[in-house]
Design a protein around this ligand. Structure first.
Ligand code: SF4
Ligand code: SF4
Length: 105
């Protein structure tokens, strides 16, 4: 997959925290994906980007990064020694963020 486009500073990727999980473990723990969705929804955690091919899923939590300014700029921009590596290379794959200026082909 090739990345195209550019960041339009919508800030959406910095407002939602995403944690990758193992799909088969989650289904095994909860009995089904629907059961897991219900359980996590009570804590305002969403399950997104379910991928049976890679046996993975993504937990989404509405926890904004405290390094994001009101103008949607990163306070750590230009400081590679302290800016998290995942932020440097984001997005490496599509996160299905509607306003994101990047796309993948
Ligand atoms: S460190 Fe910067 S780029 Fe990374 S999530 Fe926070 S505001 Fe966004
Ligand atoms: S979601 Fe995409 S366009 Fe928006 S701030 Fe993040 S990288 Fe930039």
């Amino acid at each position: 997959m090739r990345r195209e486009g550019e960041c339009v500073t919508c800030g959406d990727c910095c407002r939602v925290m995403r944690i990758t999980g193992i799909l088969s473990h989650v289904v095994g723990q909860h009995g089904s994906l629907d059961e897991a969705r219900a359980y996590y929804s009570f804590r305002k955690i969403r399950i997104a980007a379910v991928s049976p091919e890679t046996d993975s899923l993504c937990f989404e939590l509405d926890i904004p990064c405290d390094k994001l300014t009101e103008e949607n700029h990163c306070l750590l921009h230009g400081q590679p020694e302290i800016k998290p590596m995942i932020c440097h290379r984001y997005p490496a794959v599509s996160d299905d963020i509607g306003r994101c200026g990047y796309s993948f082909r």
